[in-house]
Design a protein around this ligand. Structure first.
Ligand code: FS2
Ligand code: SF4
Length: 566
């Protein structure tokens, strides 16, 4: 195997024997093969659109493209058989296109025929489309680096689009905008070429950023349409006596259905990790048995799920291979998968609920209860814009720091904690994504009530210094706040704001968000804890010259520079 799609890759080079995430060589190869099939199907989709035929097959291919891609992200699906199923579904779709009268596209990748191939035949074929083989074929380090950046950005984009699809299905049975699917299939079709077209690949990467901007906007709108506008909400972070179910991941529709199905059962539902922002949506908060948030970031789930006295449902990323002690209490759903672990179909949580009734549950309510205020979505922050600008102009607000992105277990992610801890008392920290845990678990910020955690605005109102904007799925909130502040201050670009960005990346959604920021022309981003292993020195220098992307350094020195606007 050779996988370097995420930041935790072995030795900052590649996972070559087994994934640091636990992915086996077999699953890794099956995922390489699935990405090849995605390109093949994309060529057929593009041909079908051009011919104006096979609309019903196209609709199926759209849905399949999003879910199948999502299954290849870091920490989503470790079940080789499920990946092989996606491969067979993709190959079957091409037969359906042909039966509906779509002519076979001329590109050789469209001619791929892996239908009914055995597991070992797929494993063998996958070797030919692995990262090292494709790099050899392209024989151009910088072009291949861009090819990988675009591939991983596509994975993040499709994952976000899949969230939109799930929400739109629930709202009115629709899906992501067709223009998004056209762009996704065209970029996949472009990535089917292993030719060293640096300019074309750079344009493809930036196009991913552009499309992802609209997908994040659609995600923001769909969440608010289905669940109400998120608002600042204190969330209980301590246990309540009783039977319980824990839900992790990002999918609010899954949580909504679980809450509906557990109504009146006496079972308390808790959120874990990325699911924390659920509490800020009025329609979810209204369920009295959405009891609170349990645990911390995704990388601590092995320990935290072990201790949780009830079943656990993992809805999307980031899933870890389970410990024996809780594997019989664990359930996957949608694109997530773990060999030998129960998989929820059609959002029927009855088996989870039955198991919760058999489990011990929390034996007592923890006292004193603890709370954390979340929900500083752009709808809550923008009404404060005038006050923020007045404070900045009067010299009472030194800087806005955006410290967000992924979290992970590497020791050097403490950089993001140190940055927040050392930030001056007259600065505001916007945070989102799993990286928020780096701040919220620090001694300085773990309580809502400390005087040092508040900032007083010119009108006398106080707000928390750390404003939690939500999941990485809510990155659009940060974009809107930055763009609107720049507009209100009559600045030419967000780069002139008293704003500094420190982005913690790990997986492919972060690659898509990074491309979004580049598409919007955002400069001076500090990226860490290390740079992506697939970025070549040549591409790094392009990113540095055009966007002044910087690797994170020493937190104190970086903070000093940030306060000076550098
Ligand atoms: Fe977390 Fe990062 Fe899970 Fe996001 S590890 S922020 O891209 O998908 O969330
Ligand atoms: Fe390694 Fe990350 Fe790939 Fe897992 S997803 S095999 S940790 S590079």
């Amino acid at each position: 195997m050779f996988c370097r799609q995420c930041e935790q890759t072995a030795d900052h080079h590649a996972c070559t024997t087994v994934g640091v995430c636990g992915k086996t060589p077999e699953t890794s190869a099956a995922q390489d093969a699935l990405i090849h099939v995605l390109k093949s199907v994309a060529l057929w989709c593009t041909a079908a659109r051009a011919s104006g035929t096979a609309a019903n097959v196209l609709a199926k291919a759209n849905t399949w493209t999003l879910e199948a891609t999502f299954s290849t992200l870091t920490n989503v699906n470790f079940d080789e058989n499920r990946i092989l199923e996606y491969i067979q579904q993709g190959e079957a779709l091409k037969k359906e296109f042909a039966a509906a009268g779509v002519a076979t596209p001329s590109h050789p990748v469209a001619h791929l025929d892996w239908l009914n191939k055995t597991e070992s035949q797929i494993q063998e074929a996958a070797l030919l489309v692995s990262v090292p083989e494709r790099a050899k074929l392209m024989n151009h380090e910088d072009a291949f680096s861009l090819h990988e950046l675009a591939t991983y950005g596509m994975k993040g984009l499709c994952a976000y689009a899949e969230h939109v699809h799930q929400l739109r299905q629930e709202i009115d049975g629709s899906s992501v905008d067709e223009s998004v699917m056209i762009a996704i299939h065209e970029i996949y079709a472009k990535l089917a070429d292993d030719t060293a077209d640096v300019n074309g690949l750079l344009q493809a990467a930036l196009k991913i950023g552009e499309v992802n901007t609209s997908v994040l906007a659609a995600l923001d709108a769909a969440h608010a349409e289905l669940l109400g506008a998120p608002c600042p909400t204190p969330v209980r972070t301590s246990a309540v006596k009783g039977k319980c179910i824990l839900v992790s991941g990002h999918d609010m529709v899954d949580l909504y259905h679980l809450l509906k199905q557990t109504e009146g059962t006496g079972i308390q539902v808790y959120t874990h990790g990325e699911m924390l922002p659920a509490h800020s949506y009025p329609k979810l908060h209204a369920f009295p048995h959405l009891a609170g948030s349990y645990g911390t970031a995704w990388q601590n789930q092995n320990f935290e799920f072990s201790c949780f006295p009830g079943p656990v449902v993992v809805t999307t990323n980031c899933v870890l291979k389970p410990r024996k002690i809780y594997e019989d209490r664990l359930y996957t759903i949608n694109a997530t998968g773990l060999s030998g672990i129960k998989h929820v179909k059609n959002r029927d949580f009855s088996a989870v609920i039955e198991q919760a009734k058999q489990c011990k549950g929390f034996e007592q309510t923890a006292e004193p209860a603890t709370f954390r205020t979340i929900g500083f979505n752009h709808r809550a922050v923008l009404p404060l814009a005038d006050q923020i600008i007045e404070a900045a102009t009067a010299g009472k607000l030194s800087r806005i720091l955006l410290i967000g992105g992924c979290d992970g277990s590497q020791w050097n992610r403490s950089y993001f904690t140190d940055l927040a801890d050392e930030s001056p008392e007259d600065s505001i920290i916007l945070t989102l994504g799993c990286a928020k845990n780096r701040i919220l678990q620090s001694e300085k910020f773990k309580s809502d009530d400390l005087v040092t955690n508040q900032i007083t605005l010119p009108n006398g109102a106080t707000i928390p210094r750390v404003l939690d904007m939500g999941q990485c799925n809510d990155s659009y909130s940060a974009v809107v706040v930055a763009l609107e502040l720049a507009k209100a201050m009559k600045l030419e670009s967000v780069n002139e704001l008293p704003l500094s960005l420190a982005i913690s990346h790990l997986e492919q959604k972060a690659a898509a968000v990074l491309l979004t920021l580049l598409h919007l022309g955002v400069k001076n981003i500090r990226l860490g804890p290390s740079l992506p292993a697939y970025i070549s020195p040549g591409i790094l220098s392009v990113l540095q010259q055009n966007y002044n992307i910087m690797p994170v350094g020493d937190p104190s020195s970086d903070l000093k520079m940030m306060m000076e606007g550098k």
